[in-house]
Design a protein around this ligand. Structure first.
Ligand SMILES: Nc1ncnc2c1ncn2[C@@H]1O[C@H](COP(=O)(O)OP(=O)(O)OP(=O)(O)O)[C@@H](O)[C@H]1O
Ligand SMILES: [Mg+2]
Length: 332
């Protein structure tokens, strides 16, 4: 099986310790509005002794969709069933999971935008009426046999909200878009995790780490783990700016956490195309990188920090992006 960049990241993380994954709402920093809404939904569901409404979490990789799903699940009294869109290939895959659901269980479907259509259609009545329609026979003699499903909660997570069809999307009562984290929020996350990893960071190192984490807790944790290695090997009591800079150099992370691929994108748009708009196809072929990865991983952050913008004619480099290019060309 060929893994794309995003899947590789997720697999890597599964093998690393789960030590840094937030276990409850108080460990989960940021996404405040979403957390408030979920708290309210959970409270009312508990008071009425029913599962909370179906929830959809959307946003770029590493922002906490899975973590928050697990926290919500742990607060319901049922069990959690985990699967992913691409893992459900046959209708019977979904049918057997759905048939095994108990009252107030959570079914978590990661990458829900990758469900195939027949399975997606099967989900409609399951979600809306807690009813599984089994089709017996074929053609004109086909009959529908409805089977009741225990009241449960479906939690879907996706990095591509736009690829989810309207009928499926509308069946999620709670829909939450995850935003990139502010440097302040990242500082809190890094501080908490540094404590867990027994890394003692100076204030300036903390600031620098937060500014290079691409607004993404997963990235923050990845850098922090490398800092921990550096601390262990060099027997450091406290981490200072030069240490962090050395780790960032090793990880090939530049100013604001930009990587070589980000720099290549900016260079192509600024120096090669001289600021002319570019489409995703052309960008992907110049970088020899797949379109999906550019769209999911690199572009959202470059747009977030205002270095590139999408226009009807294509992607363009912004003034900020041009300034950055001038800065790095002065340095090299
Ligand atoms: N709000 C948060 N507070 C603290 N740590 C967080 C938060 N969000 C994410 N993390 C950390 O970042 C890691 C990645 O988060 P998570 O796996 O939940 O992201 P995701 O949105 O599901 O990503 P993907 O789209 O790749 O599945 C977690 O293991 C956790 O350590
Ligand atoms: Mg996830």
């Amino acid at each position: 099986m060929e893994l794309d960049h995003h899947q590789q990241e997720q697999y890597q993380e599964q093998y690393q310790d789960q030590q840094l994954r937030p276990q409850n709402f108080s460990d989960f920093i940021g996404q405040q509005n979403t957390v408030e809404n979920l708290n309210l939904m959970l409270q009312s569901a508990q008071m009425e002794n029913r599962p909370i409404d179906h929830i959809l979490f959307a946003g770029p990789p590493g922002l906490g969709k899975t973590s928050l799903s697990m926290i919500v699940s742990s607060l319901q009294k049922g069990r959690v069933h985990l699967t992913t869109g691409p893992a459900l290939t046959k209708k019977s895959d979904l049918a057997s999971i759905v048939a095994s659901l108990g009252s107030c269980d959570v079914l978590f479907i990661d990458e829900i935008h990758r469900l195939n259509l027949p399975i997606e259609e099967m989900l409609y009545s399951v979600m809306e009426d807690f009813r599984l329609d089994i089709i017996l026979g074929q053609g004109t003699s086909a009959r529908v046999m409805p089977m009741p499903v225990a009241p449960f909660t479906l939690i879907g997570a996706t990095t591509k909200l736009g690829q989810i069809s309207t009928p499926l999307r509308e069946r999620f009562i709670g829909q939450y878009q995850f935003a990139f984290y502010t440097p302040f929020e990242l500082k809190i996350i890094i501080q908490k995790n540094a404590l867990k990893l027994k890394v003692n960071l100076s204030e300036e190192s903390l600031d620098l780490l937060a500014s290079c984490a691409r607004g993404t807790p997963r990235v923050a944790n990845r850098i922090l783990r490398r800092v921990r290695d550096f601390v262990v090997v060099n027997k450091l009591k406290e981490v200072h700016l030069p240490h962090v800079k050395e780790v960032l150099r090793l990880l090939e992370l530049g100013e604001q956490g930009l990587q070589r691929m980000d720099q290549k994108i900016l260079f192509y748009m600024g120096d090669v195309l001289q600021g002319r708009p570019v489409g995703l196809e052309a960008l992907a072929s110049y970088l020899s990188e797949d379109k999906q990865t550019i769209e999911d991983v690199y572009e959202p952050y470059l747009m977030q920090i205002g270095f590139i913008a999408r226009t009807p004619r294509g992607r363009v480099l912004t003034e900020e992006g041009k300034k950055y290019l001038r800065r790095i060309s002065l340095k090299s």
